[in-house]
Design a protein around this ligand. Sequence first.
Ligand code: NDP
Length: 247
Amino acid sequence: MSGLFSLEGQRALVTGANTGIGQAIAVALAAQGARVTCAGRRSSSETIAAITDAGGQAEDLLIDFADPLAAKGVFADAGYTLLVNNAGIIRREDAVSHSEADWDAVIDTNLKAVFFTCQAFGKELIARGREGAIVNIASLLSFQGGIRVPGYTASKHGVAGITKLLANEWAPHGITVNAIAPGYIATNNTEALRDDPERSRQILERIPAGRWGNPEDIGGTAAFLCSPAARYITGAVLNVDGGWLAR
Ligand code: NDP
Protein backbone atom coordinates (compact mmCIF):
# COMPACT_ATOMS: atom_id res chain seq x y z
CA MET A 1 0.00 0.00 0.00
CA SER A 2 1.40 3.40 -0.95
CA GLY A 3 1.96 5.68 2.04
CA LEU A 4 0.44 8.55 0.08
CA PHE A 5 -2.99 6.92 0.30
CA SER A 6 -2.61 4.99 3.55
CA LEU A 7 -4.96 5.57 6.49
CA GLU A 8 -3.05 3.21 8.80
CA GLY A 9 -3.21 4.37 12.42
CA GLN A 10 -6.19 6.67 11.79
CA ARG A 11 -9.53 6.40 13.56
CA ALA A 12 -12.57 7.44 11.48
CA LEU A 13 -16.22 8.08 12.23
CA VAL A 14 -18.64 7.72 9.30
CA THR A 15 -22.30 8.69 9.78
CA GLY A 16 -25.08 6.69 8.13
CA ALA A 17 -22.75 3.78 7.37
CA ASN A 18 -25.34 0.97 7.42
CA THR A 19 -26.23 1.29 3.73
CA GLY A 20 -25.62 3.07 0.41
CA ILE A 21 -22.91 5.68 0.08
CA GLY A 22 -21.99 5.64 3.79
CA GLN A 23 -21.42 1.89 3.70
CA ALA A 24 -19.09 2.21 0.69
CA ILE A 25 -17.20 5.04 2.41
CA ALA A 26 -16.72 2.99 5.60
CA VAL A 27 -15.46 0.01 3.57
CA ALA A 28 -13.07 2.19 1.51
CA LEU A 29 -11.57 3.88 4.60
CA ALA A 30 -11.10 0.53 6.33
CA ALA A 31 -9.48 -0.94 3.21
CA GLN A 32 -6.80 1.78 3.49
CA GLY A 33 -6.17 0.83 7.12
CA ALA A 34 -8.43 3.13 9.18
CA ARG A 35 -10.33 1.81 12.18
CA VAL A 36 -13.92 2.83 11.39
CA THR A 37 -16.82 3.67 13.70
CA CYS A 38 -20.13 3.29 11.89
CA ALA A 39 -22.46 5.86 13.48
CA GLY A 40 -26.18 5.65 12.79
CA ARG A 41 -29.61 5.22 14.26
CA ARG A 42 -29.53 1.49 13.36
CA SER A 43 -26.79 -1.11 13.57
CA SER A 44 -24.31 -1.24 10.67
CA SER A 45 -23.75 -4.96 11.20
CA GLU A 46 -23.58 -5.72 7.45
CA THR A 47 -20.93 -3.02 6.90
CA ILE A 48 -18.94 -4.19 9.91
CA ALA A 49 -19.03 -7.80 8.72
CA ALA A 50 -17.78 -6.75 5.26
CA ILE A 51 -14.89 -4.83 6.86
CA THR A 52 -13.86 -7.44 9.42
CA ASP A 53 -14.15 -10.31 6.88
CA ALA A 54 -11.56 -8.42 4.81
CA GLY A 55 -9.27 -8.12 7.84
CA GLY A 56 -10.19 -4.53 8.77
CA GLN A 57 -11.39 -2.94 12.01
CA ALA A 58 -14.87 -1.48 12.59
CA GLU A 59 -17.48 -1.00 15.28
CA ASP A 60 -21.03 0.27 15.71
CA LEU A 61 -22.16 3.43 17.46
CA LEU A 62 -25.90 4.11 17.74
CA ILE A 63 -26.59 7.81 17.24
CA ASP A 64 -29.76 9.46 15.90
CA PHE A 65 -28.78 12.65 14.06
CA ALA A 66 -32.39 13.89 14.16
CA ASP A 67 -30.94 15.46 17.32
CA PRO A 68 -28.32 17.78 15.80
CA LEU A 69 -26.24 17.78 18.98
CA ALA A 70 -26.22 13.99 19.31
CA ALA A 71 -22.49 13.62 18.61
CA LYS A 72 -21.48 15.98 21.43
CA GLY A 73 -19.04 14.09 23.66
CA VAL A 74 -18.43 11.24 21.19
CA PHE A 75 -14.95 12.43 20.18
CA ALA A 76 -13.60 13.24 23.65
CA ASP A 77 -10.41 11.27 24.39
CA ALA A 78 -11.28 8.77 21.63
CA GLY A 79 -8.40 9.43 19.20
CA TYR A 80 -10.47 10.21 16.10
CA THR A 81 -8.64 11.94 13.23
CA LEU A 82 -11.18 11.49 10.39
CA LEU A 83 -14.87 12.39 10.15
CA VAL A 84 -17.25 11.75 7.25
CA ASN A 85 -20.71 13.32 7.57
CA ASN A 86 -22.81 11.24 5.20
CA ALA A 87 -26.19 10.67 6.95
CA GLY A 88 -28.96 12.52 5.17
CA ILE A 89 -32.67 12.50 4.35
CA ILE A 90 -34.79 13.92 1.53
CA ARG A 91 -38.44 15.02 1.46
CA ARG A 92 -39.98 15.46 -1.99
CA GLU A 93 -42.69 18.17 -1.99
CA ASP A 94 -43.14 21.25 -4.14
CA ALA A 95 -42.46 24.66 -2.69
CA VAL A 96 -46.12 25.56 -2.07
CA SER A 97 -46.79 22.44 -0.01
CA HIS A 98 -43.45 21.81 1.79
CA SER A 99 -44.38 21.59 5.48
CA GLU A 100 -42.50 23.27 8.30
CA ALA A 101 -42.08 19.87 9.98
CA ASP A 102 -40.37 18.42 6.88
CA TRP A 103 -38.23 21.53 6.44
CA ASP A 104 -37.08 21.27 10.06
CA ALA A 105 -36.39 17.52 9.84
CA VAL A 106 -34.27 17.90 6.70
CA ILE A 107 -32.36 20.94 7.95
CA ASP A 108 -31.74 19.33 11.37
CA THR A 109 -30.33 16.08 9.96
CA ASN A 110 -28.58 17.32 6.80
CA LEU A 111 -27.20 20.67 7.97
CA LYS A 112 -27.46 21.39 11.68
CA ALA A 113 -26.21 17.91 12.70
CA VAL A 114 -23.37 18.19 10.18
CA PHE A 115 -22.22 21.51 11.61
CA PHE A 116 -22.44 20.45 15.26
CA THR A 117 -20.76 17.09 14.58
CA CYS A 118 -17.92 18.99 12.86
CA GLN A 119 -17.80 21.34 15.85
CA ALA A 120 -17.50 18.49 18.38
CA PHE A 121 -14.78 16.82 16.26
CA GLY A 122 -12.85 20.03 15.53
CA LYS A 123 -12.92 21.20 19.14
CA GLU A 124 -11.33 17.93 20.28
CA LEU A 125 -8.60 17.97 17.62
CA ILE A 126 -7.75 21.63 18.19
CA ALA A 127 -7.59 21.13 21.98
CA ARG A 128 -5.15 18.26 21.48
CA GLY A 129 -3.11 19.88 18.69
CA ARG A 130 -3.91 16.96 16.42
CA GLU A 131 -4.33 17.14 12.63
CA GLY A 132 -7.24 15.53 10.81
CA ALA A 133 -9.70 15.59 7.94
CA ILE A 134 -13.43 16.11 7.52
CA VAL A 135 -15.43 15.09 4.44
CA ASN A 136 -19.06 16.25 4.24
CA ILE A 137 -21.43 14.70 1.72
CA ALA A 138 -23.06 17.51 -0.24
CA SER A 139 -24.97 17.07 -3.55
CA LEU A 140 -25.40 18.43 -7.07
CA LEU A 141 -28.08 20.45 -5.24
CA SER A 142 -25.24 22.31 -3.51
CA PHE A 143 -24.79 23.98 -6.93
CA GLN A 144 -28.20 23.69 -8.61
CA GLY A 145 -31.78 24.44 -7.51
CA GLY A 146 -33.43 21.12 -8.28
CA ILE A 147 -37.19 20.80 -8.13
CA ARG A 148 -39.66 19.68 -5.41
CA VAL A 149 -36.95 19.43 -2.71
CA PRO A 150 -36.83 22.89 -1.04
CA GLY A 151 -35.47 21.85 2.35
CA TYR A 152 -32.98 19.44 0.80
CA THR A 153 -31.59 22.05 -1.61
CA ALA A 154 -31.27 24.58 1.22
CA SER A 155 -29.51 22.00 3.40
CA LYS A 156 -27.00 20.97 0.73
CA HIS A 157 -26.18 24.59 -0.22
CA GLY A 158 -25.62 25.07 3.51
CA VAL A 159 -23.28 22.06 3.70
CA ALA A 160 -21.13 23.57 0.93
CA GLY A 161 -21.06 26.90 2.80
CA ILE A 162 -20.05 25.55 6.19
CA THR A 163 -17.45 23.30 4.56
CA LYS A 164 -15.71 26.41 3.18
CA LEU A 165 -16.08 28.34 6.43
CA LEU A 166 -14.62 25.51 8.52
CA ALA A 167 -11.81 25.04 5.98
CA ASN A 168 -10.86 28.71 6.49
CA GLU A 169 -11.04 28.59 10.26
CA TRP A 170 -9.28 25.27 10.75
CA ALA A 171 -6.57 25.22 8.07
CA PRO A 172 -4.11 26.78 10.56
CA HIS A 173 -4.77 23.78 12.84
CA GLY A 174 -3.97 21.24 10.12
CA ILE A 175 -7.59 20.12 9.76
CA THR A 176 -8.79 19.85 6.15
CA VAL A 177 -12.52 20.26 5.48
CA ASN A 178 -13.90 19.23 2.10
CA ALA A 179 -17.19 18.10 0.61
CA ILE A 180 -18.13 15.62 -2.07
CA ALA A 181 -21.09 16.46 -4.28
CA PRO A 182 -22.31 13.13 -5.67
CA GLY A 183 -24.27 13.04 -8.90
CA TYR A 184 -26.89 10.33 -9.43
CA ILE A 185 -25.76 7.34 -7.36
CA ALA A 186 -27.58 4.01 -7.30
CA THR A 187 -28.78 3.62 -3.68
CA ASN A 188 -32.13 3.12 -1.89
CA ASN A 189 -32.49 6.88 -1.97
CA THR A 190 -32.74 6.94 -5.77
CA GLU A 191 -34.56 3.63 -6.34
CA ALA A 192 -37.85 5.34 -7.24
CA LEU A 193 -36.09 7.41 -9.93
CA ARG A 194 -34.43 4.31 -11.42
CA ASP A 195 -37.75 2.43 -11.37
CA ASP A 196 -39.46 5.17 -13.42
CA PRO A 197 -38.43 4.33 -17.03
CA GLU A 198 -39.04 7.83 -18.44
CA ARG A 199 -37.24 9.66 -15.61
CA SER A 200 -34.42 7.12 -15.62
CA ARG A 201 -33.92 7.56 -19.40
CA GLN A 202 -33.84 11.37 -19.04
CA ILE A 203 -31.23 11.17 -16.29
CA LEU A 204 -28.99 8.72 -18.15
CA GLU A 205 -29.11 10.82 -21.32
CA ARG A 206 -27.86 13.81 -19.33
CA ILE A 207 -24.85 11.97 -17.75
CA PRO A 208 -21.80 12.17 -20.06
CA ALA A 209 -20.34 8.98 -18.53
CA GLY A 210 -23.51 7.16 -19.61
CA ARG A 211 -24.13 5.37 -16.30
CA TRP A 212 -25.35 5.94 -12.77
CA GLY A 213 -22.65 6.31 -10.15
CA ASN A 214 -21.93 3.46 -7.73
CA PRO A 215 -21.53 4.05 -3.98
CA GLU A 216 -17.90 2.87 -4.47
CA ASP A 217 -17.25 5.89 -6.72
CA ILE A 218 -17.91 8.08 -3.68
CA GLY A 219 -16.10 5.74 -1.26
CA GLY A 220 -12.87 6.02 -3.22
CA THR A 221 -13.09 9.81 -3.36
CA ALA A 222 -13.70 10.04 0.39
CA ALA A 223 -10.70 7.79 1.11
CA PHE A 224 -8.54 10.01 -1.12
CA LEU A 225 -9.70 13.23 0.61
CA CYS A 226 -8.86 11.66 4.00
CA SER A 227 -5.39 10.55 2.85
CA PRO A 228 -1.96 12.23 3.05
CA ALA A 229 -2.17 12.71 -0.75
CA ALA A 230 -4.92 15.31 -0.16
CA ARG A 231 -3.31 17.29 2.71
CA TYR A 232 -3.22 20.52 0.63
CA ILE A 233 -6.86 20.24 -0.49
CA THR A 234 -9.24 22.12 1.77
CA GLY A 235 -12.50 24.00 1.20
CA ALA A 236 -13.22 22.03 -1.98
CA VAL A 237 -16.71 20.90 -2.95
CA LEU A 238 -15.79 18.16 -5.39
CA ASN A 239 -18.47 16.97 -7.80
CA VAL A 240 -18.31 13.23 -8.49
CA ASP A 241 -21.02 13.00 -11.11
CA GLY A 242 -19.84 11.33 -14.33
CA GLY A 243 -19.59 14.79 -15.92
CA TRP A 244 -23.13 16.03 -15.08
CA LEU A 245 -22.00 19.56 -14.16
CA ALA A 246 -19.56 19.76 -17.08
CA ARG A 247 -22.47 19.61 -19.49
P1 NDP B 1 -29.56 6.21 1.89
O1 NDP B 1 -30.97 6.64 2.16
O2 NDP B 1 -29.29 4.87 1.28
O3 NDP B 1 -28.67 6.37 3.20
C1 NDP B 1 -28.82 7.46 4.08
C2 NDP B 1 -28.09 7.15 5.36
O4 NDP B 1 -28.31 8.19 6.31
C3 NDP B 1 -28.61 5.86 6.01
O5 NDP B 1 -27.56 5.19 6.63
C4 NDP B 1 -29.56 6.42 7.05
O6 NDP B 1 -29.84 5.55 8.12
C5 NDP B 1 -28.77 7.62 7.52
N1 NDP B 1 -29.61 8.51 8.29
C6 NDP B 1 -30.69 9.21 7.88
N2 NDP B 1 -31.22 9.88 8.91
C7 NDP B 1 -30.47 9.58 10.00
C8 NDP B 1 -30.51 9.96 11.38
N3 NDP B 1 -31.47 10.75 11.86
N4 NDP B 1 -29.57 9.47 12.22
C9 NDP B 1 -28.61 8.63 11.76
N5 NDP B 1 -28.52 8.24 10.48
C10 NDP B 1 -29.44 8.70 9.61
O7 NDP B 1 -28.98 7.35 0.96
P2 NDP B 1 -27.61 7.54 0.14
O8 NDP B 1 -26.61 6.52 0.51
O9 NDP B 1 -28.00 7.72 -1.26
O10 NDP B 1 -27.21 8.98 0.70
C11 NDP B 1 -26.11 9.23 1.54
C12 NDP B 1 -25.77 10.71 1.46
O11 NDP B 1 -25.46 11.06 0.11
C13 NDP B 1 -26.92 11.64 1.89
O12 NDP B 1 -26.39 12.75 2.60
C14 NDP B 1 -27.49 12.10 0.56
O13 NDP B 1 -28.16 13.34 0.66
C15 NDP B 1 -26.23 12.17 -0.29
N6 NDP B 1 -26.46 12.15 -1.72
C16 NDP B 1 -26.95 11.03 -2.35
C17 NDP B 1 -27.11 11.03 -3.73
C18 NDP B 1 -27.62 9.83 -4.48
O14 NDP B 1 -27.80 9.92 -5.71
N7 NDP B 1 -27.85 8.68 -3.86
C19 NDP B 1 -26.80 12.21 -4.54
C20 NDP B 1 -26.29 13.33 -3.77
C21 NDP B 1 -26.13 13.29 -2.43
P3 NDP B 1 -31.21 4.68 8.13
O15 NDP B 1 -30.92 3.48 7.26
O16 NDP B 1 -31.39 4.35 9.56
O17 NDP B 1 -32.29 5.52 7.56
